[in-house]
Design a protein around this ligand. Structure first.
Ligand code: NDP
Length: 444
């Protein structure tokens, strides 16, 4: 059995109830196998893959809090500090009822390679809670965030671990978390990113993941002499990533025609009305059916099905495993040209392989959505220097980072005789830098 297969089996055996974690470890290790083979003796001797797939530290804690009715509720909090070989660890916090340790480990493992791909000095981590902010009052969200931070603050600081937002954690939650950190520690430091502009946030952070996704997609298409102009774009999600992907897609001349949430999706052949979508999602915290009710050109569909829409480019921006093999087949039947992942691991392994086998240009999440964490790292730099860059400065840096990511992963794919396989390219390029740093630092 190969070294990679041994480690995959061991991970499955030692972490039996974590299917998403098995999925990402399998996907990453299988695709870096050619690079591992070149140094197999050394890596085996130093148990490099075993160390890479085991978090440096995982923290699980209870979060008791009192709701508006005066009742005590108890949620579970997590922080997995996966790998600090190339810098202080960094990765978002997710508040969603589906959160469990396996989900956080899958996200933290992915984050190691994504952060490495940005070329910036940040290690990988992830955290969150099974708390559901949906339907909670502002006061309840504040109380929960304060109690969550009352435990988490012991394990984080600006040079050690810098969390950010993710599903269910936006500007409001980051504000409450930061306030509580400052109150407990007495330190005003860049311990969280995605902060408000009046207290250390970076311009363009809100837009970064969605904009970065489009800079990546545009570069990928240009490399094939294809223009994004007038292309119909199928987008899933209607949160932070989806909204700013739609905004930049429109600025580049594309035509985003769908958006979705966990209740349903809309098809709007005239192009998504961004102002209306922002009003409904960012201001009213409403649902996609509210959008359809106010937009005559839009059709509303309950449940799943957005991938059956005929379009040129697909941008999954909602959640993990939202594209399965059947969805991939539907997209390929409709001659989709490119699929670039805004969400983390939105395609199952079968779906990813189907895209690659059918010559769809496929931009994997850890490369295509790295713009968010890249600008978060730029926020850390601004905090350390106590300066603010302009929107244009940050946006220019983001654009350069995304173009560099594409070039680096494309070169890595070529080097290992897998041209245009950006999954292999991204995993190998991300891995090589982390592996080198780990080997230099000894068995720790
Ligand atoms: P948001 O919470 O802002 O939005 C998530 C969107 O996806 C919402 O429209 C939500 O609908 C929908 N969604 C969530 N879970 C499900 C589900 N199980 N089924 C169907 N729809 C669902 O999150 P973000 O936009 O920040 O994140 C989206 C994805 O992008 C995640 O995978 C995240 O990890 C990834 N990501 C985010 C980054 C960032 O900077 N924000 C950076 C890199 C990756 P509803 O409101 O109904 O739940």
């Amino acid at each position: 059995m190969s070294y990679v297969d041994e480690v995959i089996n061991q991970i499955k055996k030692e972490n039996p109830s974590e299917p998403e974690f098995h999925q990402t470890v399998t996907e990453v290790l299988k695709s870096i196998e050619p690079a591992v083979l070149e140094k197999e003796e050394e890596y085996r001797r130093d148990a490099l893959l075993e160390r890479l797939t085991n978090p440096e530290r995982q923290i699980k804690f209870r979060v008791p809090w009192v709701n508006d009715e005066g009742e005590v509720e108890v949620n579970t909090g997590y922080r997995v500090q996966f790998n600090s070989a190339i810098g202080p660890v960094k990765g978002g916090l997710r508040f969603h009822p589906s959160v469990n340790l396996g989900i956080i480990k899958f996200l933290g493992f992915e984050q190691i390679f994504k952060n490495s791909l940005t070329g910036l000095p940040i290690g990988g981590a992830k955290g969150g809670s099974n708390f559901d902010p949906k339907g909670k009052s502002d006061r309840e969200v504040m109380t929960f965030c304060q109690n969550f931070m009352t435990e988490l603050y012991k394990y984080i600081n600006a040079d050690r671990d810098v969390p950010a937002g993710d599903i269910g954690v936006g500007a409001r939650e980051i504000g409450y978390l930061f306030g509580q950190y400052k109150k407990i520690t007495g330190q005003f430091e860049g311990v969280l990113t995605g902060k408000g502009l009046t207290y250390g946030g970076s311009l363009a952070r809100t837009e970064a993941t969605g904009y970065g996704l489009l800079y990546f997609t545009d570069t990928l298409l240009k490399n094939e002499d294809i223009s994004i102009k007038d292309k119909d774009i199928i987008v899933s999600g209607a949160g932070n990533v989806a909204i700013y992907a739609i905004e930049k897609a429109k600025q580049l001349g594309g035509n985003p025609i769908t958006a979705s949430d966990s209740t349903g999706w809309v098809y709007d052949p005239e192009g998504i009305d961004l102002k209306l979508l922002k009003e409904i999602k960012e201001v009213r915290r409403g649902r996609m059916y509210d959008y359809a009710a106010e937009r005559p050109s839009a059709e509303y569909h309950e449940g799943k099905g957005v991938w059956t829409v005929d379009g040129d480019i697909a941008l999954p921006c909602a959640t993990q495993n939202e594209i399965d093999l059947n969805d991939a087949k539907a997209l390929v039947d409709n001659d989709v040209i490119a699929v670039c992942e805004g969400a983390n691991m939105p395609s199952t392994i079968d779906a990813t392989n189907y895209f690659l086998d059918n010559d769809v240009l496929f931009g994997p999440a850890k490369a295509a959505n790295a713009g968010g964490v890249a600008v978060s790292a730029l926020e850390m730099t601004q905090n350390s220097e106590r300066i603010h860059w302009t929107f244009e400065q940050v946006d220019d840096m983001l654009k350069n980072i995304m173009v560099n990511i594409f070039n680096n992963i494309s070169n890595a794919a070529d080097k290992y005789n897998k041209p245009k396989n950006f999954v292999v390219g991204a995993n190998i390029h991300g891995f090589e830098q982390v592996a080198d740093a780990m080997q230099s630092q000894g068995i720790v």
